[in-house]
Write a protein that binds this ligand. Sequence first.
Ligand SMILES: Nc1nc2c(c(=O)[nH]1)N[C@H]1C(S)=C(S)[C@@H](COP(=O)(O)OP(=O)(O)OC[C@H]3O[C@@H](n4cnc5c(=O)[nH]c(N)nc54)[C@H](O)[C@@H]3O)O[C@H]1N2
Ligand SMILES: Nc1nc2c(c(=O)[nH]1)N[C@H]1C(S)=C(S)[C@@H](COP(=O)(O)OP(=O)(O)OC[C@H]3O[C@@H](n4cnc5c(=O)[nH]c(N)nc54)[C@H](O)[C@@H]3O)O[C@H]1N2
Ligand SMILES: [Mo]
Length: 675
Amino acid sequence: MAEPRAVEPDVHVTTACPLDCPDGCSLSVGVRDGRIVEIDGGHANDVTRGYICAKVRRFPERVYGPDRLRYPMARTGPKGSNQFARVSWDEALERIVDAVEGVRAKDGAEAILPYCYGGSNGMLTQDATDALFFRRLGASRLLRTVCAAPTGAAAMALYGKMPSVVYQDYPHAKLIVIWGMNPGVSGIHAVPYLRQAQKDGARIVVVDPRVTAQARTADLHLAVRPGTDVVVALAVHRHLFETGRADLAFLAEHATGAAMLRAKAAEWTFERAAEVAGVSAADLETFAEWYATSSPALVRCGWGLERNRNGGSAVMAVLALPAVGGKFGVRGGGYVMSNSAAWGFNRPWLDTPEPPTRAINMNLLGSMLTDPVGTPVNLLFVYNCNPVATVPDQGHVLRGLSREDLFTVVFDQVHTDTVPYADVVLPATTFLEQYDFTRAYGVVSLLLTQPVIDPVGEARSNADVFADLGRRLGLFEEGEPRAELEALVGVLDGLPEDIGSSLKATGRATPLWDGAPVQFVDVFPRTPDRKVHLFPEALDREAPLGLYAYQPDPGSAEFPLALISPSSDRTVSSTLGELPRPDVRLLLHPDDATPRGIADGDDVRVWNVLGEVRVRAQLGSWIRPGTVSLPKGLWRRHTANGSTATALAPATLTDIAGGACFNDARVQVSRANQV
Ligand SMILES: Nc1nc2c(c(=O)[nH]1)N[C@H]1C(S)=C(S)[C@@H](COP(=O)(O)OP(=O)(O)OC[C@H]3O[C@@H](n4cnc5c(=O)[nH]c(N)nc54)[C@H](O)[C@@H]3O)O[C@H]1N2
Ligand SMILES: Nc1nc2c(c(=O)[nH]1)N[C@H]1C(S)=C(S)[C@@H](COP(=O)(O)OP(=O)(O)OC[C@H]3O[C@@H](n4cnc5c(=O)[nH]c(N)nc54)[C@H](O)[C@@H]3O)O[C@H]1N2
Ligand SMILES: [Mo]
């Protein structure tokens, strides 16, 4: 039974959630007297179906909460001391203008680095006016690699980011492989479709070091060691080729590089792969046989498998399965990866091309700040991002941000862990106070996000602030986007005609193929020759040991445990981390706890050469022995010593595309009172 409402809304506004999540929910927001009183699911896209996650239901606590930034501030104490004084917008922006001009005159504009990632994924809040601003300034470019770099590069190289199978088609499948994804947490609207598929007789296979909700009810769970997916997938490829079930006719017509892939797979017998991945050879064989013999067979590839040294090759090998296995061409068959490129347009409203300035990998923030290569970074502009919480090697990031000569702007909605290191703090509107376009990467829908309430305090939108700054610096000309509404119209006008007019008329749009494509029937690879590239040479050259190579575990006797830090149901990355929650725990298997004398609830130290985290232990058998887990997106307040999982994550890069290796953290754990 629904709880009685505290306050009855007098109006419901339809809008959409642009947070970094595959589901892109349609929302119905209840407002009374200009205040949000409830947020629930809407019906403007086909999968929200009137319900949303518990996180976004709590969003009003963020909008009106004690951590909300309500006005601009300027630093009055040392970096990190969190001492600020309120200033006017005019003064805050003039300080930034002075700093930009000073840094540009002294070191050139490449000493300026925009730093942004996942805050709001809408088309207006990121890569719109902000991008124009930094492009025209000639700032350093940011390689946005903290997430989805390997998956994106793999999906692009193999298939030119061909659109994926949508949730609604899952029930057509007879086999669904959920690989390194946790839909019960990270994209909950897929779950009813998975359940329906299971009810209709589909088998489910989960590949995950943890016993996720889907693993619990799966027909087969391969609890692999983190970082070993590439050999598991190659063992399946080998089986398909060796037993004559590779679809050679499809490969001949639609693919290149099959022979190279086959050669790379040749060494990965079930026995060898099982040894490396820490699963049984019999289970691997069962999996491979099911995959060979089921159709439609669907591979849902997530992001958990990319966050390690082998991540790029792993995703390549997983996404190559439907091509080798001949699984395309039927509804419910093929693969699912990000659908962010499904629309086939790439921000046509950005009329200034990216300048040929240097590009900085965002995972290397700490070292770029303390030991720069080339021009130092002397002005850092953080927006849509909370690097102190979310970027690898937290200790190094903190040392970098502590540089007194670094001018840092933090533009955010709440008082994040990065705010204490700012020179100037700017308050941002939330998606409930601004316009945006929500283009999710799981469901295929494009929804209008619109203001439901007036901005809280003096908060302003990204579009407004970057236009204002650009004007002050003389980067924008007369008649260019001056404020959010003009930017909104600019985006609408830049969209393909049918999409723009549909959005204007109804607040939503669906792509030409009606949103539920069958791969190789309705949609084809968007590579130049429309073929699948199973062995792209550029990626083979890029990977340290070549494409599809397994780089062994970096672990050591000193740090024998693999620490992973997947999504939790409390936050979206670190967003909403300011809300009260039950205490945070390190999940470890009893087999790892007992020899260390650790009992459930004990205070523990988790450490390696990079840092140490102090939390309490939670013992559970829903993780494979040898692997321990902390939630992603923790704030410093969540642990006893102010360090989080990112303090233990190395700033090393994935084999391709320079991605983050959060799950390559190797650690030791002991009771906190022991040395
Ligand atoms: N509630 C919630 N939803 C979210 C987010 C959130 O923070 N909270 N974040 C959003 C974002 S930014 C993203 S990118 C997506 C991510 O969504 P997911 O694709 O689900 O990614 P993760 O949560 O990183 O990890 C998924 C699973 O991979 C497992 N895993 C870890 N290492 C490995 C490995 O080496 N191999 C394999 N096979 N599995 C491994 C983890 O145990 C976890 O269950 O979710 C989005 N949705
Ligand atoms: N340990 C560990 N860490 C991880 C990962 C992991 O697997 N393990 N995964 C990573 C992943 S998948 C991702 S995507 C990254 C994400 O890392 P971040 O990009 O840092 O994403 P968030 O933590 O969501 O922080 C986004 C910030 O943007 C702000 N924001 C939201 N909307 C707006 C807006 O319109 N304007 C402005 N100015 N600000 C806004 C929010 O308030 C929030 O503080 O984290 C990564 N961090
Ligand atoms: Mo992400």
